[in-house]
Each structure stands twice: as C-alpha cells, then as structure tokens.
Design a binder for this molecule. Structure first.
Ligand code: SAM
Ligand code: SF4
Length: 499
C-alpha cells in the first residue's frame, strides 16, 4: 500500500507527527509521581483525543515523558483506517513489551479506533497489552488504570451516543502555542462503504456550541492565533437542545432573543446552531484568530457555509473536500451519496462565492471493480478542480465495512499502485501550478516559528494553507501576522520577503 501526502504540510494529517511522543507543555499542579507516555497515529481527531486523554490523566497527577522506558503508563492511540496501520501498532507494542520486562509495573494500553476490533487479540491472544480503551471511554481511564494496578486486565470499548467531552478542558500536547485543534463533533453517520470510522467511532454527535466558543476564546487569550475545528463531516454539525418545559402557569415556552448567538440567526434555543452559525460564532471571537476546519463532505457543504467563509476575513479560504473518485458509478458503490456532477457543482459554487479559495482532497485508487475509464474520470476531475493538494491512497479493504461484505477487492495491487502513481503525478503538477500562481502576490502569513532548514528564516502558513518561508525579522515574533511578498517557490513551499 502506498500512501503519499503531498505539498503542503497540513497539521490535519501531518505524517511527521505519526507516532511522535506527545508532551504536555505545562507541568501538572497535582503530582502522583507517575509518568505517562503517549503516542498517536492517524488523523487530527486522534491527536485531539490524545489531548483529552492527557487532560484526564493530568487531573489524576500524571506527568508526561518522552521516553517510554521511564513511563509508568504507555498508551498508543491507534488508527485503523488502512491495513498497514495495524501492523505498525503491533510492532510498536512488541517494543513496549521488551521495555516492560525491565519495568514490570509498567501499564501498556491501546486506545482509539483499533480498540474494539483488536481487543481480544491484543489482550488475550497476543498478550501485548494490559488495557484497551475505545474513543468514547476515556473518562473511565482512572478506573481502568486502578483495575490494572490491582492485577487485572481492563477493557472499555463502549461507544456512546452522547459523549463529546465538552466539559473536559483539553491540555495541549507538543503545542507551538499558536495553532490548536478543537473537536466540534464525534463519530460519523455516513457509512461510506470503504470506511471503518462509523464502526470504530460510533454515531455522529455535535458538541455544545458554547463549550466550543469558550475553548476557542480561552485559546485566544492564551496567545493561540489559529484554531482548526475538527469533525469527520463538519458540515453536518447541528446543535439543537431539547425545547424548554412550559412554565408552571401553563404558558407556552418562549425562546429568548438573548440566546441568539450569531448574526445569521444561530440560536441556542429554538432554531439551533448549524455549522455556518458555529463558524461565525468562532470567527467573532477576534479578527486576530484564524479559523480553519476539516473535513467537509461534498454532500453537506451548502452555500450558507461558503457565504460565511466569504464574509469573515479570519475564516481561511481553504476547504478540504474529499472526492474519493471522479466517477459516478464508483461513487455510488462507495456510498458517498453524491455524483460527479454534484461534486463539480459544489466546486463551481466555491469558486463563485469565494473566488480565491484553496481546495484539497482525498482520493482512493483502485476501489472494487474500478475500470481504467473510471480511473480516467478521477484524473479528469483533478484537471477540472486543480486541487492545491491531495492525500492519495490505494484502496485497502477493511473488515466489517460494507465494501468488504458486498464487493470483491478485485483490482490487483500492481494496478492499484500504477493508478495511484498516475494520480500522484497529476497532483504534483497542480500543486506546483497552484503555488506558481501565488508568485508576485502578497500573503498574510501567521508566523509559526523558525523554518526547519534554517534559524535565519521564519515559516508560517498563508490564508490558503500554503507553507511560506521568509527571512526572520526581529520586529516580528511567532504568533504575529506579517505580509509576505512571494517571489519564488519550490515544489512544496512559497518563498518571499516581509513587506
Ligand atoms: N470523513 C472524511 C471524509 O469523508 O472525507 C474522511 C475521513 S478518513 C479518516 C480520511 C481518508 O482516508 C478518506 O477520505 C479516504 O480517502 C481514506 N480512506 C478511508 N478508508 C479507506 C480505505 N479503506 N482504503 C483507502 N483509503 C481509505
Ligand atoms: Fe468515513 Fe465517509 Fe464518515 Fe468520512 S464521511 S468518516 S469517509 S464514513
């Protein structure tokens, strides 16, 4: 299986962060003398979940460590989106088992998406772990750790219809103090036929909007300047509380006007809060706070969201709009519930309402029964949209999914890989073209720090999520915005000067 991320380092799926030891920025007020080692795999949602786990354990007095050999509790937060991820985790668990021989009190646990499917395998058959915890059971971690301390194995993989961890004040792990992820919903109800997420993360539920706004406001007050609102399908965000009880005198309940939370009519009572309303509520915290979001589902991204992006300068002109395939028959088999024409119409709407908007995508090569002509439709969709960047994968059959039950995984690996190479080559062309188009333009860049290659250069991202590198200037610090005139580019980065 080949997986490739191209062009713009995007924190929502940053390959470099995979498996990195995650550390708390601040030390805990309480200290129980025990150390947590945690590493995360997969999507941004998993990294965000690791911050929830660290918050819960920090409350118990745990500190973090970069070295699992010194840890009392070692957690690996897993992803099961593609098959190779599973093997990677198993190998890692074997390394932890070796460390455990020297440190017999060490607790090793598997968290996240693999928990449900592999619980008995990892716990009983392979005896690699002491505790297995699913994505909706993190509040139970202190009890589960107590159980293991008491000499037993512990498991909680129950999925919830309500859990959003809204009241958990997440600590930040490996943070630069400038960008943060904020989960706005959990789970997914879409049932795309290739995807395990609905099985591993459960039903879709939206987090209460005021807790999201409070978290983003707190981040802003701590100096953060960019939040990325996360969900598997952010456009279907919907908060609708239960209507109030009628008054004791028997009068009808009245929705209070003060509960109106966004100029476009988002309401904590009655009408409820849509994703467009929520975006606006977060954008209104401060014009100095950049707002990004991921992921948009093509079937649900409606014009209200596009108009809200266009209305606020601090909502970034960047939409991740996974296409998966450019062919309507394949899309139907994937159960994506849109076709080629619908997707193109949504792209046209983005171009019309937000004329200078970057679009990125996810593509799957070699889905069940995909013909050469259908693969060509994916390439021609790439020509139509001219994506700024893309995550590109070969199809990997996942046990339990609709596709695994209904369709044969019948495209030979060699053909999948060849199609993927063609898709990657096409994307490289467009990634470069989209960067070349920025030359000569002024970009508003949020400085994130020094560039990886030189401490004489700063790096940061443009509104459209392109990485920009430019000579550092002591008048400006990370966390500040600067205008950079782009004068050249590499295949992955814009280069320029502060003006
Ligand atoms: N919720 C997001 C959406 O619908 O666009 C995507 C979530 S998924 C974590 C990220 C990407 O992984 C998908 O868009 C898809 O391209 C890819 N993916 C998911 N399941 C896959 C599979 N079985 N084989 C290959 N790629 C897969
Ligand atoms: Fe998976 Fe589809 Fe849900 Fe995305 S929208 S998480 S691809 S089921």
């Amino acid at each position: 299986m080949i997986m490739m991320d191209l062009v713009i380092p995007d924190k929502t799926h940053d390959e470099e962060r995979q498996g990195e030891a995650l550390m708390l920025n601040a030390t805990a007020e309480k200290n129980n003398g025990r150390k947590l080692y945690i590493e995360s795999y997969g999507c941004a949602m998993n990294f965000s979940d690791s911050e929830i786990v660290a918050s819960i354990l920090q409350e118990q007095g745990f500190e973090t460590t970069k070295d699992y050999n010194n840890a009392d509790v070692v957690f690996i937060n897993t992803c099961s989106i593609r098959e190779n991820a599973e093997q990677r985790v198993r190998n890692r668990l074997k390394e932890f088992t070796v460390a455990k021989v020297k440190n017999p009190g060490m607790i090793v646990g598997v968290l996240g998406c693999m928990a449900e499917r592999l619980k008995s395998k990892f716990l009983e058959e392979e005896k690699l772990v002491d505790v297995v915890v699913g994505p909706d059971a993190y509040r139970d971690l202190p009890n589960l750790i107590d159980t293991v301390d008491g000499g037993q194995k512990a498991v909680n993989v129950l999925l919830s219809r309500e859990e959003t961890y809204a009241d958990i004040n997440p600590v930040r792990l490996n943070s630069n103090g400038i960008n943060a992820f904020v989960s706005i919903m959990r789970g997914c109800d879409n049932m795309c036929s290739f995807c395990v997420v609905p099985f591993t993360r459960g039903r879709e539920r939206s987090r209460e909007p005021q807790s999201i706004v409070k978290e983003c406001t707190d981040l802003f007050n701590q100096g953060y300047r960019e939040v990325t609102l996360l969900g598997q399908n952010v456009d279907s965000y919907k908060w609708k509380p239960a209507p109030p009880q009628p008054s004791p005198e028997g009068r009808e309940p009245v929705w209070s006007a003060e509960q109106k939370v966004s100029p476009s009519g988002g309401n904590l009572e009655g009408a409820g809060v849509s994703f467009a309303n929520l975006l606006e509520m977060v954008a209104l915290i401060s014009p100095e706070l950049r707002v990004r979001f991921s992921t948009s589902h093509p079937k649900d991204i409606l014009d209200d969201v596009l108009y809200t992006i266009a209305k606020y300068d601090n909502i970034c002109n960047y939409i991740h709009l996974p296409v998966q395939s450019g062919n309507s028959r394949v899309l139907e088999m994937m159960n994506r519930t849109y076709d080629r024409a619908w997707y193109m119409e949504r792209v046209d709407a983005i171009r019309r309402i937000i004329p200078d908007c970057a679009i990125s995508t996810d593509v799957i090569a070699g889905f069940c029964s995909e013909t050469e002509e259908e693969h060509q439709d994916t390439l021609s969709m790439m020509d139509y949209v001219q994506y700024d960047f893309a995550y590109m994968f070969t199809y990997s059959e996942r046990p339990g999914t609709l596709a695994a039950k209904r369709y044969a995984d019948d495209i030979p690996e060699t053909v999948k890989s060849r199609r993927l190479k063609e898709i990657i080559a096409r994307q490289q062309q467009y990634s470069h073209i989209t960067l070349l188009r920025e030359i000569g333009k002024v970009q508003k860049v949020l400085i994130e720090g020094f560039s990886k290659k030189s401490d004489k250069d700063y790096c940061g991202r443009s509104d459209k999520n392109a990485m920009v590198v430019f000579p550092a200037d002591e008048r400006f610090k990370p966390g500040q915005y600067v205008n950079v005139l782009v004068d050249r580019c590499t295949t992955a980065t814009l280069l320029g000067q502060i003006i």
